[in-house]
Design a protein around this ligand. Sequence first.
Ligand code: GTP
Ligand code: MG
Length: 380
Amino acid sequence: MANSKYEYVKREFEFHRHLPASNWIVVRIDGCHFHRFSELHAFEKPNDDRALRLMNACATSMLEKFPDIVIAYGVSDEYSFVFREKTEFYKRRESKNISLCVSYFTIVYGMKWKDFFPNNDLKEPPYFDGRVVCYPNINTIRDYLAWRQVDCHINNQYNTCFWALVKSGKTEKEAHQALKGTSSKDKNKLLLQQFQVNYNDEPAMFRKGSTVYRDKVKTDDCGNPIKRTREAITVSNFDLIGPEFWENHQYILGEASDYLCLGGKEKYGYEYVKKFDNIHRLPYSNWTIVRISACQFDQFSLIHSFDKPNDETALRLMNACASLMMEQFPDIIFGYGFDNEYRYDLPLENSCVCMEKTTKKTDKNKICVSAWHNFASFHQ
Ligand code: GTP
Ligand code: MG
């Protein structure tokens, strides 16, 4: 960056939060307004096999791209990515962790859309928000994953009953009313008695969510046996709450997987895992600036044969993305972009400046990540 008199704005105002050492880092991403997005794209209710497999394909690409992710777990429009305890991914900088995960996932979602929905055009850009949470040991990281899987079960069992009732002629209000106060057992009974559906026969992907990890396999790509085990990124729908998966895959979280029961009510409890959530609010009465910059754009511009030193089309594409950002987020009042001639041949660092009248409730991660992933989504 040029050494100008304005540089104090970076030096004195820009701070990077580094995530604590020796903690497992979880980045959880979640589709924004996917209720509307799923309606708009006619997803099947309550579960759309194509949509879930698309999420799994994106998560697989994440493990291919970021070797420090050891396991990922997804359900509905969300995915959690667990970075290994000692990761030095971008020096554990929080904003890098979240923004790279969200933008990469978002762009892959758009790129793979047609593989799963060949007859269905994207009608609006899909986009995701993200947050990062750190967990200090194997107990809590396993409880975190168990918490998400328990949520998956509760929501899926409810939705399966709800849509069975609606499809049988009840209004949505009547279906909610019919399920009010029912236990898990009651719901299984309702499915069996009224619809002859055994909940346990529903696809495991719907009931258990999806887990993506590097499996150790003893066959080559064609299924022939090989001498040395190799790693293959695998999607499965195992139970993560009980010990079996972890006993069979001790290498994922490390050898010391002597899981200790936390005991009592707090085990798998929302309140317990929630304690680790540390949402940072942006200070009141400040202008908020979100600057985005492209990753490995020298390589990207080479692959896509950008003109040197400036590719006018690429710059206009960046400007068009910034315009769409301002349409999508009315609180952005100004955007500014430029290419960094000192570091790269081509438009490498293009900044989008967002200013927002913050409120006390402004969640830093949500603003930044929305801006980042939306930009990635529009760029595509
Ligand atoms: P925000 O995340 O707060 O932006 O809201 P959201 O609309 O994305 O809702 P939320 O993340 O709480 O829940 C995800 C929503 O995505 C569900 O309520 C569904 O409406 C929709 N969804 C996700 N997967 C499927 C699917 O397979 N089929 C259908 N029909 N809808 C799905
Ligand atoms: Mg969502």
